[in-house]
Design a protein around this ligand. Sequence first.
Ligand code: ATP
Ligand code: MG
Length: 451
Amino acid sequence: MNRAATVLVVEDDAAMRDSCAKLFRLEGYQVAEAPSAAEALKEIARRDDIDVVLTDLKMPGMDGVTLLKEIKRLAPDVDVVLMTGYGSIQSAVEAIKHGAADYITKPFDTNELLMTVGKIVQLSGLREEVSRLRSELRRKYRFDNIIGSSECMQAVYKRIEAARNSNSSVLICGDSGTGKELVAKAIHYDGLRAEGPFVPINCAAIPRDLIESELFGHKRGAFTGAVSDSAGLFWAANGGTLFLDEILDMPYATQAKLLRALQEKRIRRIGDAQERPIDVRVIASTNQDVQRAIRDSTFREDLYYRLSVIRIDVPPLCERREDIPALVRHFIDTFNETFDRTVNGISDEALDILTRHDWPGNVRELEGAVEHAFAVGKSHVIQAGELSIHLAARPGPGGHDVKFQTLTEAERDLLVQAMTAADGNKAMAARLLGISRPRLYKMIERHRLRD
Ligand SMILES: Nc1ncnc2c1ncn2[C@@H]1O[C@H](COP(=O)(O)OP(=O)(O)OP(=O)(O)O)[C@@H](O)[C@H]1O
Ligand SMILES: [Mg+2]
């Protein structure tokens, strides 16, 4: 919340109302006042900047709890704090059930009041921030941010369309860098669960003996090292989507638990006796051969059928070369924004090289090639010479007449090229080569290169 928060003080006792209002003004809040619930409702209807309503519980006419219910109906985002007299805790509890943010018992000291309201304002600021970030993510990962109109991508879009309008499990298959995660995000952020969380987990990156507790959570003391309770990622994804990246790397025993969780829609933390119902949509992905993993008995066939209710195969880039110009255009636009540059195109020769390359690293490699050209290029049009070295130097089809260099020679060549391209800037040269700066320094020393 950037502006000062506004508090509406509702209290029939004029002296009490006045002193509360003064207190909040002194703390830098904007303050509105109302002597009754009816006046308060008018005030809320009249202006839209009220963040918190602080209201007495007992007032002539409409009481605080009725006011609360009305506010939640008219303006659900407004937080309500009730001031209750001694002995009315019961109504305070009732009020919380009806959506009050908090209550405070009279007599209270001013610090207590300021703390209570301050905490609520902070929380609602966080809520706003989360919803702002979420809508930013939605914009960023909308379906139409996936570039490519080739026939094989049209087939992918059809599946995405089906997936985003359902809650079925999805299995996304495709080589590394083809855009599987992008597809998963489009299904989530453009689908029924966009308001919920998107929780990714890379099954290959988590130690095998920890993955189960990462997924399902654990109770403190459930195993050595479980020093505190953990809710687990399944729980974190409740109401949203759990993205299980590299699913084939999930240990066989864990696969059975996952299958059970999907079937029962319930999970149990390790060390917990109780199961909890859960509402999570699962999207899994892999860049390996699923059928083979099933044959080799490293991936459970029953889990495969449960996950691949909707299966999406993202084709490798070399099968959709006609999409390359549009992708290049897209990455030029993105990097112009990221690096604050004004590259406006690519030469025919350079584009020709890009459309003919084999792209073993798929779209990610293409993205890297355009970024490389941005790093080394100075003009407004990307030139063939500015494409990644290995790309430009790649022999054409059937070209076997490459003269082999020793590894040391090749390393020195690359080093010189990178240093030249980076205008002697070592940090940039290290980045171009994809190595650390200390490693670059060692290479420079080894090849006795002078700046
Ligand atoms: N069709 C596309 N349009 C725009 N950008 C794309 C497209 N496909 C992939 N990208 C971009 O390429 C990069 C790699 O995509 P992503 O991470 O989704 O691939 P992946 O299939 O999950 O790869 P891996 O198997 O290595 O995890 C990302 O920066 C992504 O934004
Ligand atoms: Mg990925």
